[in-house]
Design a protein around this ligand. Structure first.
Ligand SMILES: [Zn+2]
Length: 498
């Protein structure tokens, strides 16, 4: 069939519908039609494009799959530099920031736009007449890498803006990041295929975005949330940052779902605490809060110091990753006899608490990390998760570092260790003869998930077993009043300390 005007119109209409539904789905989490209906539209468009390849254009929703690998990234110069922000490490520095601004612009109270600071990579995406034309990394702020092909594979970056009132030229700035669910799944896949896992979502996002083969980027679950603009032609910005984000959203770009407008620095502190509490439930990693003076007229008045804006600041959360020394590795025996290597660390503050131990899971993990006693390691602690050793800083390895060896016998009961064929876990063969296994079995029995025995904490169990008063869970019920009241005195301090 020859290419008719009607077909051209049908194709344009299909693209418009698909683009619209893509944005509703990915950007606004608000699909209007079932997936099946969407697939039908997409298949119809693919059929047309297969029959009339001359109709394929770069802004077609079928063109998100990545392209031929590049030999190297080109460069893109940012017409308006991409800035970095000053930091506030604590509340006092935030109040100082607010005081300085009030003085500079002679106002009693400042309105701030606040949003979580995503832990990803800053990029700039340029639209001309609503069509995505280029995308660049931040680079040194003046010149970045041309990652257009890769940006085109990210679903929250529209290939074509929606609505009618977008500017003729719009450079939008945002953070590209990998949501946690996608990060965990990616690492599972990487490990399954014998690769090296990414240390954190930021590294995974960076590694994915800076792929010369955009087909690999296309397979990675990246997203972008917008927080600024560069060059704009053919439109005037709204009066405030918060209105600007709404404005960008009306074109199908995504702003932070957590963003808020606040009056004064006390409200900023409340917001910081609220988001800090919510941090572990968010589907992505954040490392602080960004506050910006909301009114653009005031931003302009405040200007810049060196290369950082005077009107914005990042209030950082306590770091979740820090460097410390791994002094030694000890082997712990679990409830089922599993032997777990535990790293003894030079105590260090991470995620807001002091950490002196981190799990190393098993010998395979020790081998994968290539860690030795004496090494400088990077420790990560997020939320209530047990601190992990993420990686080794190999160029800081001391000359007297020591290889970590699996012990020959159970470190607690000296029984033989067994490692079933094909398993990574090594176990103590002592069963309930092993004091460590006995303790863990009783702790498990008393725990909240099992019998939920109030007041029977880990330390008290250790004490009961050490005193030879109990050897198994059923002994708990044979404890007499005398033994218990004796114990009450001995163990009252430690009973609730688990
Ligand atoms: Zn043992």
């Amino acid at each position: 069939m020859p290419l008719t005007e009607k077909i051209k119109k049908d194709v344009a209409s299909l693209r418009e519908q698909i683009n619209y539904h893509n944005i509703q789905y990915y950007t606004f989490d608000n699909p209007e039609i079932p997936d099946g209906e969407y697939d039908k539209l997409l298949r119809e468009l693919q059929k047309y494009e297969a029959e009339y390849p001359e109709l394929i254009s770069l802004d077609s929703p079928t063109q998100r799959v990545g392209a031929e690998p590049l030999k190297a990234f080109g460069e893109i110069t940012h017409a308006i530099p991409m800035l970095s922000l000053g930091n506030a490490m604590n509340e006092e520095e935030l109040h100082d920031f607010d005081r300085k601004i009030k003085k500079l612009i002679d106002e009693d109270e400042i309105e701030y736009a606040a949003e979580p600071k995503l832990d990803g990579l800053a990029i700039s995406v340029r639209y001309e007449n609503g069509i995505l034309v280029t995308a660049a990394t931040r680079g040194d702020g003046k010149v970045g890498e041309n990652i257009t092909q890769n940006a085109r594979t990210i679903n929250t970056i529209p290939l074509k803006l929606i609505g009618k009132n977008f500017p003729a030229v719009l450079e939008v700035r945002g953070e590209v990041f990998m949501p946690l669910s996608g990060f965990h799944k990616l690492n599972e896949d990487v490990l399954k295929n014998g690769g090296k896992a990414f240390a954190n979502p930021r590294n995974a996002a960076a590694g994915s975005l800076r792929q010369l083969d955009s087909r690999i980027t296309s397979s990675r679950p990246l997203e972008m949330i917008c927080y600024g603009v560069g060059v704009i032609e053919g439109a005037t910005l709204p009066d405030t940052y918060s209105e600007m984000i709404d404005w960008l959203q009306s074109f199908g770009l995504k702003g932070s779902p957590e963003r808020a407008v606040l009056k004064g620095s006390e409200a900023c502190v409340d917001y910081y605490n609220k988001i800090a509490k919510k941090r572990e439930q968010l589907p992505y990693e954040i490392d602080g809060i960004v506050y910006k003076v909301n009114r653009f007229a005031q931003q302009k008045e405040l200007g810049f110091i060196s290369r950082a804006p005077r009107w914005a600041i990042a209030h950082k959360f306590p770091a979740q990753e820090v460097m410390t020394t791994l002094h030694a590795v000890e082997f712990q025996v679990g409830r089922t006899g599993a032997i777990t290597p535990v790293a003894r660390l030079e105590p260090v503050e991470v995620g807001g608490v002091i950490v002196s131990n981190a799990t190393l899971h098993n010998m395979d993990e020790i081998q994968r990390l290539g860690v030795r006693e004496g090494d400088t390691v990077i420790i990560r602690r997020a939320g209530d998760v047990i601190p992990q050793v993420v990686s080794v800083v190999e160029n800081l390895r001391p000359e007297d570092s020591k290889k970590i060896l699996m012990p020959d016998h159970c470190p607690v009961c000296q029984s033989d260790l067994i490692k079933p064929e094909g398993q990574t876990v090594v176990r103590c063969s002592g069963g309930l003869y092993c004091e460590a296994q006995r303790k863990e079995a009783i702790k498990h029995f008393a725990s909240r998930k099992a019998m939920n025995i109030d007041g029977l904490g880990d330390k008290l169990v250790d004490q009961l077993v050490d005193e030879n008063l109990i050897n198994n869970p059923s002994d708990l019920y044979k404890l007499g009043v005398d033994e218990l009241s004796n114990l009450e005195r001995m163990g009252s301090k430690s009973a609730n300390s688990q």
